[in-house]
Design a protein around this ligand. Structure first.
Ligand SMILES: C[S@@+](CC[C@H](N)C(=O)[O-])C[C@H]1O[C@@H](n2cnc3c(N)ncnc32)[C@H](O)[C@@H]1O
Length: 253
């Protein structure tokens, strides 16, 4: 947890809920947000992440019914690179473990397309925002097919491989620029959770799990994750999906 982290909210939004969440983080609940540190605030529309004023980020609430996220869900198609990367085909919607859930957007698209998706997120803050956003705002096909597990996927994947078809990974890529391609929300998440320097270990855990297919999202032009070379890839406009098949057969894209 970042130094000075706090949990609070509007009393009318549910003081009991605020107390339960604050206790989970080992903190006393507050009824006024701090402008100096990161914190979680419960308002009428749900839980949001607030950044220190000096960071210049607007509060982050995960809403799957609004804006670019809703458009992505409405326009989701089986031929898009993300869908092809996980092996989605007519008549076959694989069960996906999204082991780097983050803002939940890729996982929600896959659920919209018919996949059952288990999202794993190691940041307790992000997992809370994700669960709350899905509960309050996800369209029915997504809400029905998605579940969220808070934990470090490196330690969970071996157990889960038997019940799924594909592991999907999208670890943070350490962009140094503030380019428009790196959306402000993701910059805020990175500020909070860091750069995922252990992404190579996560890939190793995915490959050791025995899952038939592992797909890793990378920015176009970025190197593959440290570890064995991918066996194939699916190219998107700004993004590449590296494909691995731990059990011999080459994944078809
Ligand atoms: C780039 S974001 C993923 C964005 C996501 N694909 C989306 O569509 O919103 C990476 C996320 O993976 C999480 N993460 C990284 N390593 C993890 C691990 N070993 N286990 C669980 N979560 C992890 C980070 O905390 C971060 O929230």
């Amino acid at each position: 947890m970042p130094p000075g982290f706090w949990v609070g909210g509007d009393r009318q939004a549910g003081w009991d809920d605020i107390g339960v969440v604050a206790e989970g983080f080992g903190l006393p609940p507050v009824d006024a947000p701090s402008a100096d540190f990161y914190g979680l605030w419960l308002g009428a529309a749900g839980w949001e992440l607030r950044a220190p004023a000096a960071a210049g980020f607007t509060p982050l609430r995960l809403d799957f019914s609004l804006g670019a996220t809703a458009t992505r869900l409405r326009q989701a198609g089986r031929k898009q690179p993300l869908a092809r990367a996980v092996g989605l085909k007519p008549g076959h919607a694989p069960k996906v473990v999204d082991a780097t859930a983050g803002l939940g957007r890729d996982g929600a698209v896959l659920a919209q397309l018919g996949c059952e998706v288990l999202m794993i997120e190691r940041s307790a803050v992000m997992a809370l925002l994700l669960r709350d956003g899905l509960l309050r705002t996800a369209p029915a096909p997504v809400a029905e097919r998605v579940s969220v597990l808070q934990g470090d996927a490196r330690h969970e994947l071996a157990q889960l491989a038997r019940d799924a078809d594909v592991i999907y990974l999208d670890p943070m890529y350490p962009h140094r620029s503030k380019s428009a391609l790196v959306k402000k929300e993701m910059r805020m998440v990175r500020d909070l959770v860091g750069d995922d320097p252990d992404a190579g270990d996560l890939l190793a855990a995915a490959l050791a799990s025995g899952m038939r297919r592992v797909a890793v999202k990378r920015p176009g032009g970025a190197p593959a994750l440290p570890g064995p070379a991918p066996l194939g890839c699916v190219e998107g406009p700004n993004t590449r999906y590296d494909l691995y098949a731990p059990q011999a057969d080459q994944p078809s894209s």
